[in-house]
Design a protein around this ligand. Structure first.
Ligand code: BG6
Ligand code: MG
Length: 219
């Protein structure tokens, strides 16, 4: 493996909780029951797809105009939650891992479904670590389609087989696997059972593991 592609929400920063809160507010407003378990399916998935899933849960069919208004409402709510974000919301030991990889000259990219990714990276001060950022404004097909990671790999000048993807979402692990990349899950083993390796969080991602995965060769 030669390069790393990191997801953002739920991997680098704890924004997954804010997405959940904003969807929950909209679900409450629409009278739809929405639990944190339901929210697993929303992770890694585009904003538009999330709203489609929510409306399916409530058996609601709406006009394009109403659909777009709710998309906007959810995002405005989300932006309020992330408005005050700063470096304190970087997840534990993420900087240690980023610094370790940077010291070893391992190229790194961000591969996120979010249209707010650039804004969040800037807020927490991590922009400089990434050679390239591929976000929700640049892809046509959302995760579990591998497009976002394939673009990131090609911008890093690497073949998909040489990339490690770090992801907290089922859709993201599926995207990495279908790209032929090494999938590293962050979260619960039961939820991310398709991943090549799962760590609860970055505190478990020790230098010995990073060295090992960088030695790994895949054809
Ligand atoms: C992903 C999140 O990173 O971005 C999803 O895991 C979210 O939950 C998606 O729906 C889109 O984010 P945004 O910021 O464009 O609404
Ligand atoms: Mg995520």
């Amino acid at each position: 493996m030669k390069g790393f592609i990191f997801d953002l929400d739920g991997v680098i920063v704890d924004t997954a909780k804010y997405h959940y809160l904003a969807w929950k507010n909209l679900a409450d407003h629409l009278g739809i029951d929405f639990t944190s378990e339901d929210n697993e399916k929303f992770k890694g998935v585009s904003r538009k797809r999330c709203l489609e899933l929510l409306l399916e849960m409530g058996n609601l069919e709406v006009s394009d105009e109403q659909f777009n208004a709710w998309l906007e409402e959810k995002n405005e709510d989300y932006l309020k939650y992330i408005g005050g974000m700063d470096a304190s919301e970087i997840l534990p030991e993420v900087p240690r891992v980023l610094n370790y990889l940077r010291e070893k000259d391992v190229p790194m990219a961000l591969g996120s479904a979010s249209k707010n990714a650039v804004r969040i990276l800037e807020k927490v001060g991590l922009t400089e670590y990434f050679e390239t950022v591929v976000d929700g404004t640049q892809v046509v097909k959302a995760k579990p389609d591998p497009e976002v990671f394939l673009i990131a790999a090609s911008r890093l000048g690497l073949s998909p087989e040489a990339c490690v993807v770090v992801e907290d979402a089922q859709a993201g692990i599926a995207a990495a696997n279908s790209a032929g990349m090494y999938s590293l899950g962050i979260g619960e083993t039961e939820v991310l059972s398709e991943a090549d390796t799962v760590f609860r969080d970055f505190t478990e991602m020790q230098a010995s593991f990073l060295d090992e995965v960088l030695q790994l060769e895949r054809k």
